[in-house]
Design a protein around this ligand. Structure first.
Ligand SMILES: [Cu+2]
Length: 128
């Protein structure tokens, strides 16, 4: 009986979470295809900030973000989001390093790039 209850509980959990994850989390993502010639921008999430605080990128430039989550205090996911410059959410799990491509575009200016999970954690990207 106890096993059945456990089984039902696990099945409920599975359904509630939308089934098994389709993608396993890669803790140290490889360089994605198409990264040749990209400007490498290395960022680090801590529990207080993103290092470095500012990065300057020419407009229409392919960028390879290498983002580390070294936060030892909160030990939570962080994300990098900047809708104004077409940077869709990049989630970085605790201890994870992600490598993602993005091409800068739009109006030159300085934009806030931040974590939507922790409002105090951000940086600025200047597109020029
Ligand atoms: Cu965060």
């Amino acid at each position: 009986m106890k096993k059945l209850v456990t089984l039902i509980f696990l099945l409920t959990l599975l359904v509630a979470c939308g089934g098994p994850a389709t993608e396993a989390i890669v803790m140290d993502e490889p360089v994605p295809p198409g990264a040749e010639g990209a400007q490498v921008v290395e960022l680090e999430f801590t529990s207080e900030k993103i290092i470095p605080e500012t990065v300057t990128i020419p407009v229409n430039t392919k960028v390879l973000f290498v983002i580390h989550n070294t936060d030892q205090k909160l030990k939570e996911d962080h994300n990098l989001v900047a809708p104004e410059i077409g940077l869709k959410e990049i989630i970085v799990r605790p201890g994870q390093t992600v490598r993602r491509l993005w091409t800068s575009y739009g109006t030159p200016g300085t934009y806030r790039v931040g974590c939507t999970i922790h409002s105090w954690i951000d940086m600025k990207i200047t597109v020029k």
